[in-house]
Design a protein around this ligand. Structure first.
Ligand SMILES: CCC/C=C/C(=O)SCCNC(=O)CCNC(=O)[C@H](O)C(C)(C)COP(=O)([O-])OP(=O)([O-])OC[C@H]1O[C@@H](n2cnc3c(N)ncnc32)[C@H](O)[C@@H]1OP(=O)([O-])[O-]
Length: 208
């Protein structure tokens, strides 16, 4: 399975910030449950999963990419990273776990505290992506890599993938409701709503 985007220049802009702003606790919990399930399915997929990152990939977009088995990113101006702290919000433990498994403890600690967004070359240098190629080469590169992965006997590959990812998946599975409630409580704090409001305004200002 290849994750790609139909929007030129944007792999994924992350979660819909407007869903987290001036919402109700009930809606926040439902929103979060949907995200948890989507991620559990992706990270736990038996399929070979690859991200064709042909544009920006902040926050939830970075999570999607990191949750794949392999990442190819377009060189150039695009950025990738978990930038949550810049919005005044906090990446949940399972975002952190996936990043830890991808780039290691030291880089994750720095990246998360700073809300760092990396260029493709920087992402390559810390192992956040596996390959950087010109934009037009992203999809052919993914397809070529997929052929390599498809040559591995499926049962052996799936057992290996499952055993590598099980602890992280189980950690969320065992506390989904608590995690959803935490998100709803946190996001509805006055200080967090204020930060989100300012971030949305800065996005709109940048556009105008
Ligand atoms: C605890 C929770 C964990 C959270 C995880 C997350 O994923 S948090 C998410 C973290 N995500 C980020 O921090 C990414 C924030 N976004 C960006 O940095 C840039 O939009 C971009 C680099 C993705 C694309 O730049 P570009 O110059 O090509 O495009 P543009 O900037 O002109 O935007 C076009 C329109 O889309 C709008 N909009 C954009 N993103 C979002 C969104 N996520 N949601 C909603 N709306 C969004 C933007 O306001 C504008 O709306 P308007 O005025 O037309 O009504």
């Amino acid at each position: 399975m290849v994750l790609a985007s139909a929007a030129p220049g944007i792999f994924s802009a992350g979660l819909d910030i407007l869903e987290m702003y001036q919402s109700t606790p009930e809606r926040c919990v439902a929103f979060w449950r949907a995200l948890q399930d989507a991620w559990l399915n992706l990270y736990g997929s038996r399929l070979i999963t690859m991200a064709a990152i042909e544009g920006h990939s902040p926050a939830g977009g970075c999570l999607l990419a990191m949750s794949c088995d392999y990442r190819v990113m377009a060189e150039g101006k695009f950025q990738i990273g978990l930038n949550e702290t810049k919005l005044g919000i906090v990446a949940p433990f399972w975002f952190t776990d996936v990043m830890l498994n991808t780039i290691g403890h030291r880089e994750t600690e720095k990246a998360l505290q700073l809300g760092a967004l990396y260029s493709a070359q920087q992402a390559l240098s810390i192992g956040l992506v596996d390959k950087v190629v010109p934009l037009a080469e992203v999809m052919p590169t993914v397809e070529g890599e997929l052929k390599n992965w498809l040559q591995i006997p499926a049962a052996a590959r799936v057992i290996t993938k499952t055993s590598m990812r099980k602890a992280v998946l189980d950690r969320l599975r065992s506390q989904k409701e608590k995690d959803a409630q935490f998100f709803a409580d946190f996001i509805n704090r006055d200080s967090v709503q204020k930060s989100l409001g300012m971030y949305i305004a800065s996005l709109q200002k940048k556009k105008n």
